[in-house]
Design a protein around this ligand. Structure first.
Ligand SMILES: Nc1ncnc2c1ncn2[C@@H]1O[C@H](COP(=O)(O)OP(=O)(O)OP(=O)(O)O)[C@@H](O)[C@H]1O
Ligand SMILES: [Mg+2]
Length: 274
């Protein structure tokens, strides 16, 4: 268990306490669920995409909102090359695998780095939540950028968020960030549905489990902060490869042992809300 050092910065704390929350639901959906992590590269986008597909397989109507305006992943992970249509007022989500999707990556050249200032982040997120014609959805899954910054604040303070899932890898350094994420959502009054331990272990050719990044840290952190531990997802090269090819594992092989883990998470969420 890492030392419990991380605290929110003074600037972040000031921003949180300054605003009176007026929370608008995203029109066209019943429930909005964020997939978050304070640390980058732990598998949020992979989780968000497969979770959305798993909910769809369970019969839910699902949207996937890529809120990572700095490094959008949804276009690549779902193999989407088309641009959303606009009527001059509102954008139509792009539909892939029966999921309604929106990403800044549909609107910009993905190889160009995007430099966003705080108010621009807020405005992009407002566009995605208020100016997209999401239609008859049970859930919107929001793939958050890493960190505890303006995107998280805008969602938590201005948009009705029904829950957040925090994804982490088991390294000590990632766990410190998990604690920061827990504190942020608690402070902002967003219900944390639970913590997921991603890339927990690797099964070698010898059939043995190798816990490359350490063991049990995410679970211990969940227990310490009285949050639910949702479970482990192994590190499996298929997951990465299929994500890169634009047909995530849940879509291309729903019988795979890892797809079943995502379906299990999805079932939990479905039962919680519907
Ligand atoms: N369970 C897994 N097994 C193998 N590879 C995985 C797994 N989960 C994620 N990956 C891979 O790890 C890399 C990072 O994943 P991903 O892009 O989903 O992380 P992220 O947290 O969204 O990153 P960022 O903070 O940059 O948005 C990707 O190459 C992805 O394919
Ligand atoms: Mg991502």
């Amino acid at each position: 268990m890492p030392k419990e050092k991380p605290e929110l910065s003074d600037a972040m704390r000031a921003k949180i306490s300054k605003k009176t929350p007026v929370k608008n639901p995203i029109i066209g959906t019943k429930f909005t669920i964020a997939v978050s992590s304070a640390k980058g590269g732990v598998g949020k986008s992979t989780f968000a995409t497969n979770l959305a597909l798993a909910l769809k397989k369970l019969g839910c109507k699902v949207g996937l909102l890529d809120a990572d305006i700095y490094g959008p992943s949804v276009p690549k992970m779902l193999g989407i090359n088309e641009k959303p249509k606009s009527d001059g007022q509102k954008l139509e989500p792009v539909v892939k695998y029966d999921i309604q999707c929106m990403s800044i990556g549909f609107l910009t050249d993905q190889q160009t780095p995007m430099i966003w200032r705080g108010p621009m982040v807020t405005s992009a997120i407002k566009t995605f939540t208020q100016k997209v014609k999401w239609k008859d959805l049970d859930f919107i899954i929001v793939d958050m950028p890493p960190g505890t910054g303006d995107a998280q604040l805008t969602f938590s303070q201005e948009i009705k968020m029904d829950g957040a899932i925090i994804v982490s890898t088991p390294q000590e350094v990632a766990l410190l960030d998990v604690i920061r994420g827990i504190k942020m959502f608690d402070k902002l009054g967003v219900k944390i549905l639970g913590l997921v331990d991603n890339m927990s272990f690797f099964i070698g050719d010898d059939g043995k489990k190798y816990r490359i990044f350490g063991e049990g840290g995410v679970k211990r952190t969940a227990e310490k902060f009285k949050k639910e531990f949702l479970g482990e997802i192994p590190l499996n090269p298929e997951v990465g490869k299929l994500g890169d090819e634009g047909k995530p594992i849940v879509e291309s092989n729903s019988d795979h042992v890892i797809s079943k883990i995502y379906l299990n998470f999805a079932n939990k969420i479905k039962l919680t809300y519907l």
